[in-house]
Structures are given as structure tokens and as C-alpha cells.
Write a protein that binds this ligand. Structure first.
Ligand SMILES: Cc1cc2nc3c(=O)[nH]c(=O)nc-3n(C[C@H](O)[C@H](O)[C@H](O)COP(=O)(O)O)c2cc1C
Length: 157
């Protein structure tokens, strides 16, 4: 499968998980491209005010993974703005995950994934696998990273 991982990461947490996912998918024999979504005002909370400086193309991939941090108990506005701008996602295999500082998914992670699901749905797609990585405690973080990578890798046999 030709897989694109589209990641927004300001301080590197989400990127590090995306890199693990890339390596795992690559080891399974897939062609994987990791692209970074960037903005000149990355911590902006209003997606309408986000100025994207890199908005990678979603064309040509069989599967796409979207990854971003939780900001303000929801999906980071940079990822919202990016997803609002992508063309139709119909017919593609899709997955998404978020990372967050707080230790429980109810503290923004779940809301961020529902926000991502809504935006993907507006483009005709559905997330077939999702993950939330709570960063605060090292042991839990490690387990959640492994679980997220495994869950997403499992949908592309
Ligand atoms: C502006 C801002 C808002 C944030 N809001 C939340 C939040 O609501 N809940 C949470 O758990 N973490 C929150 N965080 C922490 C990030 O989600 C967390 O550190 C994440 O892993 C950062 O990902 P990155 O290193 O890929 O940028 C916030 C961070 C920033 C900068």
C-alpha cells in the first residue's frame, strides 16, 4: 500500500509517534511517506486564522494517517485548517491519532478525535482506526504509543 502520514507537531511528541508508525508500516512492506503540516502561527486556536506554510498533498495515497496534538481540549487548529482544505477523501483507507499532555483521553483526546472524525466525514471519509497518546506518565505513554501504532498498522494488511 502507498501510505501517507500527515503530521502536525510543534514540540516533537506527535512526530515521534508518527515516525514509529512509519517505521512499523515500512517493515510490513508498505511504501510510506511522512509529511509535516506546518503553519506560521502554529498555536493559533482559530482554524480560520491559521496560516499554513506547508500543506502536503493527499493525492496518490491508498491510505492516509492524520496526526496532531490536542490544543484547548480539542484538535489543534492547524490540523483542522489542513483537513478543511484537503480534497475528497472518499475511497481512501483513513486513520488518525492525537497526543496530549494530560493523562486521560477525556481531557481533550477524545474530543480531538471526534473533531478529526467530523472533518474527515465532511470530505467523504471515515477513520478506520484511531489512537490517543497521553504523554504525562512514561509507562502509560509507552503502552499507548505501542497500542496506537499496532491499531493503525492492523488495518492495512
Ligand atoms: C496551545 C496548547 C494547548 C494545549 N492544550 C492541551 C489540552 O487541552 N489537553 C492536553 O492534554 N494537552 C494540551 N496541550 C499539550 C499538547 O497536546 C501536548 O504536549 C502534545 O503532546 C504536543 O504535541 P507536539 O509535541 O507534537 O507538538 C496543549 C499544548 C499547547 C501548546
Amino acid at each position: 500500500m502507498n501510505i501517507g502520514i500527515m503530521v502536525f507537531s510543534k514540540t516533537g511528541n506527535t512526530l515521534s509517534v508518527a515516525e514509529k508508525l512509519r517505521d512499523t508500516l515500512f517493515e510490513k512492506g508498505h511504501k510510506v511517506t511522512l509529511e509535516q503540516v506546518t503553519a506560521s502561527n502554529g498555536v493559533e486556536m482559530d482554524p480560520k486564522k491559521v496560516v499554513l506554510s506547508n500543506s502536503p498533498s493527499t493525492q496518490g495515497y491508498d491510505m492516509l494517517v492524520f496526526a496532531a496534538p490536542v490544543y484547548g481540549f480539542g484538535l489543534a487548529a492547524v490540523m483542522k485548517a489542513y483537513l478543511q482544505g484537503v480534497p475528497s477523501l472518499e475511497g481512501k483507507l483513513l486513520a488518525g491519532f492525537v497526543t496530549q499532555a494530560f493523562p486521560f483521553p477525556g481531557m481533550g483526546g477524545k474530543q480531538a478525535i471526534s473533531g478529526m472524525e467530523k472533518l474527515v466525514k465532511a470530505k467523504g471519509g471515515t477513520l478506520s482506526a484511531t489512537g490517543v497518546v497521553n504523554w504525562m506518565f512514561a509507562g502509560k505513554r509507552k503502552a499507548l504509543i505501542a497500542e496506537t501504532v499496532e491499531t493503525i498498522a492492523a488495518i492495512c494488511q
